[in-house]
Design a protein around this ligand. Structure first.
Ligand SMILES: Nc1ncnc2c1ncn2[C@@H]1O[C@H](COP(=O)(O)OP(=O)(O)O)[C@@H](O)[C@H]1O
Ligand SMILES: [Mg+2]
Length: 353
């Protein structure tokens, strides 16, 4: 004879895919009824029309349905009341001690910056984030590039975040939470956001979003040295910058300005990544820039059509084809970035004023 405790123990392995906690901890289990070997479970969803139903169905079948004493499990859904949602929000927020910025003080913030667009900043953001997730970290991504906001596409995310009692729950793909400026922009509208608006949007990303206990938050910065870099620097004084450049000398100069900007807003520059290394574009630009900035060259990623193909398929290359050359290069860079957490790279830039 199966007991309620055994069912609850099995349900503690059913994880809300976005809140990333067991349903038992989130007070989402509304009812468990047992009739001989037949079990019925009711889970209260945070919002009506929650898109995660099938995940809960699969997980309940896997964890409860496979118990030896259970012959059949039925899953029903209910929806939380406003009071329950408020209680959930309070519970989740209670995890984080900081006021204002709602990310854990131990979260490492990595800002991926470049002087200009088209150098592979977003591709590297997605792949570095996925590589860090693969290496066991809990990872979040902020797509702060108002000009591009290509990350949802690169991760195959089509839906917008769910809002639970003013708390924004980021969609999750490939085990990573994502917030994108694109979720709030009408695609047909020209981008006319100015500094103060962007600052407010970023502030909201950081304050109203339930990021949970992140190890790393990777930020796809807008290209150049504009307002958003300053805003982000102000909002996240602990941010560290990773500068992306292509091998050509002109690109280096432009990237160098981005690095200077990052440093002026108080970001430590972790290092430089050279992207699109090839016979066509050459090699060595990353190395020269790294030397100029007095920071390490974290690695070079070859020009390879598979980088673009994976992005178009909505999957990071490092998970889609981890053994190919560009994926291996990115995995090694992620490893170097992870190692640098210990404070191995401490040289700062000479300030250009
Ligand atoms: N190493 C690479 N090899 C081949 N194509 C790449 C590589 N890195 C980026 N790309 C492609 O170049 C284009 C620009 O990259 P993207 O990441 O969007 O740049 P950014 O964010 O800097 O504007 C995209 O089509 C992307 O798929
Ligand atoms: Mg981009």
């Amino acid at each position: 004879m199966i007991t309620r405790e055994e069912i609850l123990a099995a349900l503690s392995r059913v994880i809300d895919p976005e809140l990333r906690r067991p349903v038992t901890e989130l007070d989402m289990v509304r009812d468990v009824s047992i009739d001989g070997s037949e079990v019925a479970v009711t889970i209260a969803l945070t919002v009506v029309g929650c898109p995660l139903r099938s995940s809960f169905e699969d997980q309940v079948a896997e964890h409860v349905g496979t118990l030896p004493a259970v012959s059949k499990v039925t899953l029903r859904f209910d929806v939380m009341s406003p009071d329950e949602r408020a209680a959930l929000t309070t519970k989740l927020r209670g995890d984080v001690e900081t006021k204002g910025i709602k990310i854990s003080p131990r979260t490492r913030v990595l800002a991926v910056a470049s002087g200009k667009g088209g150098v592979g900043k977003s591709s590297l953001t997605v792949n570095l984030a996925a590589a860090l997730a693969q290496q066991g970290h809990e990872v979040g991504i902020i797509d702060a590039d108002i000009y591009g906001h290509s990350i949802p596409h690169m991760l195959g995310i089509q839906r917008k975040p769910v809002v639970v009692d003013k708390m924004i729950v980021p969609p999750v793909a490939h085990d990573m939470r994502l917030m994108s400026i694109g979720f709030f922009l009408d695609d047909n509208q020209p981008v006319m956001w100015r500094g103060p608006m962007l600052h407010r949007a970023l502030e909201q990303f950081l304050q109203d979003v339930h990021w949970g206990e992140l190890d790393v938050l990777v930020v796809d910065m807008p290209p150049g040295t504009g307002d958003v870099s300053i805003s982000l620097g102000q909002l996240l004084p602990r941010a560290e910058a990773i500068v992306v450049t292509t091998p050509q000398p002109l690109a280096q100069e432009v990237a160098s300005r981005a690095a200077t900007m990052a440093q002026k807003t108080g970001m430590r520059v972790v290092g430089v990544i050279e992207n699109m290394t090839s016979d066509v574009f050459g090699a060595g630009g990353g190395e020269r820039l790294a030397n100029e900035l007095g920071v390490p060259l974290l690695g070079s990623v070859p020009l390879d059509a598979r980088v673009r193909e994976a992005a178009d398929a909505g999957e990071p290359l490092v998970t889609r084809d981890p053994d190919c050359e560009p994926a291996q290069a990115i995995l090694a860079i992620a490893h170097a970035i992870d190692e640098s957490r210990a404070g191995g790279f401490t040289r700062t830039l000479p300030l250009v004023s």
